[in-house]
Ligand binder design. Structure first.
Ligand SMILES: *Cc1c(COP(=O)(O)O)cnc(C)c1O
Length: 394
């Protein structure tokens, strides 16, 4: 099918929930994708931080194919090998204690919220169920994770939302402390707010927050759905903050493009979710788990080191242009935001038109989440397009 035919089927048959860019993507190799007509695009998006190994990764494809032939799915009432190995790998590489497998970020966060509430219920009884999240956060699209999201524009239409969430200011420990009451069971944060604008939390704030939570027996929950799986240059971002959370969630990059998410709990709350209290039919599916194992095996120290270096390379390049359109560059590793003069969505659309897939974040930024394996040649091609577009911003 050509691009026009595909777009017609979308407009006739699919709910119009996305303001899609005018591009059909047909295939990819490395960090480059092509339309059905053969137009080339450098990918600075990874399908929103998902395709960490890029496109056409042979070992990843083989892991999926081999597992699909062997055993495509089995219910969680039985044991299977890929999920067992993946959980062991995640535990060894985080220092946390137990994994629950889900299928997406929102679903993983739902699980972590249930875990926090039950931890408190088991220990303190009913009523200590409030969760503090941060202003400008994003935690998902389910009714509960929308309530957890600290942006007012997400709190519309779908009333009633789940009760029990309040939002404190990021990087303001005083505001978090006053939001936490005797009824609070957890504080949940992204270490770098992704959708909110690529806004990193300060090291000092995070350390104080971790100490405060520990002292109050309030669980520190990290939403690492976007920051996890090598994105910031370490397997999880918390590993660069010098703290250990009580629990975290992962999704996006974990299986390199197949749907998977999950919760990893530390010692304190590893045994909270007991038989019958939580479940997911597809959770830990053998094909997704086999893909994730391959992702984990390719996320070597060398690759993670490369992520940090490529991130610095991109930051340095953009700074060196000294363009008036660039107001600020934020982020870590290959999770970067550029606060721009002009409308981010328009700038992204211009980049895309010229052959560079680009995202936006918050109200002021364009966002880059390239595949972790992107080559310097692809980075240079992408940056040349970005420079060209930013030079035109008046
Ligand atoms: C993308 C994202 C989610 C939601 O993940 P889905 O897989 O779309 O449900 C939640 N939290 C953060 C930080 C995200 O970036």
């Amino acid at each position: 099918m050509n691009s026009t035919e595909i777009k017609v089927l979308y407009s006739n048959n699919i709910m119009q929930t996305y303001a899609r860019f005018d591009v059909v993507v047909d295939r990819g190799e490395g960090a480059t994708v092509w339309s059905p007509e053969g137009k080339e695009y450098i990918d600075f998006t990874s399908g929103i931080g998902v395709n960490c190994l890029g496109y056409g990764n042979k070992k990843w494809a083989e892991a999926i194919y081999t597992q699909a032939l062997k055993l495509g799915h089995m219910s969680n009432l039985f044991y299977t090998e890929p999920g067992a190995k993946l959980a062991q790998e995640l535990i060894e590489r985080t220092g946390l204690s137990a994994v629950f497998f889900a299928n997406s970020g929102g679903e993983a966060n739902e699980g972590m919220i249930k875990l926090a509430r039950k931890y408190s219920f088991d220990k303190y009884g009913k009523g200590r169920d409030r969760i503090v999240t941060l202003v400008q956060s994003f935690h998902g699209r389910t009714i509960t994770t929308l309530a957890a999201t600290g942006q007012d524009n997400f709190h519309n239409y779908f009333f009633p939302f789940t009760e029990g969430f309040s939002h404190a200011k990021a990087n303001d420990i005083g505001d978090v402390k006053s939001a936490v009451t005797g009824q609070t069971c957890a504080v949940m944060v992204e270490l770098i707010q992704g959708e909110g604008g690529v806004l990193p939390l300060d090291q000092g704030f995070v350390k104080e927050l971790a100490e405060f939570c520990k002292e109050k027996d309030v669980l520190l929950l990290l939403d690492e759905v976007q920051t996890g799986i090598g994105r910031t240059g370490s397997l999880f971002a918390f590993q660069q903050y010098g703290i250990l959370p009580d629990a975290l969630t992962f999704a996006k990059g974990i299986a390199g493009g197949l749907p998977m998410g999950g919760v990893i709990a530390g010692e304190k709350c590893a045994a909270v979710l007991t038989a019958g209290t939580h479940a997911a039919t597809f959770g830990g599916n053998p094909i997704a788990a086999a893909a994730a194992l391959e992702v984990m095996s390719q996320l070597t120290p060398e690759l993670l080191d490369g992520v940090r270096k490529k991130g610095e390379y991109i930051k340095d390049a953009i700074k060196s242009w000294s363009l008036p359109a660039v107001l600020e560059i934020r982020g870590m590793g290959l999770m970067l935001g550029v606060s721009v003069k002009g409308i981010p969505k328009d700038i992204a659309a211009k980049c895309i038109d010229k052959g560079l897939l680009m995202l936006t974040a918050g109200s002021d930024a364009i966002r880059m989440l390239p595949p972790l394996i992107i080559s310097y040649e692809e980075i240079d091609k992408g940056l040349a397009i970005l420079k060209n577009v930013l030079e035109e911003v008046k």
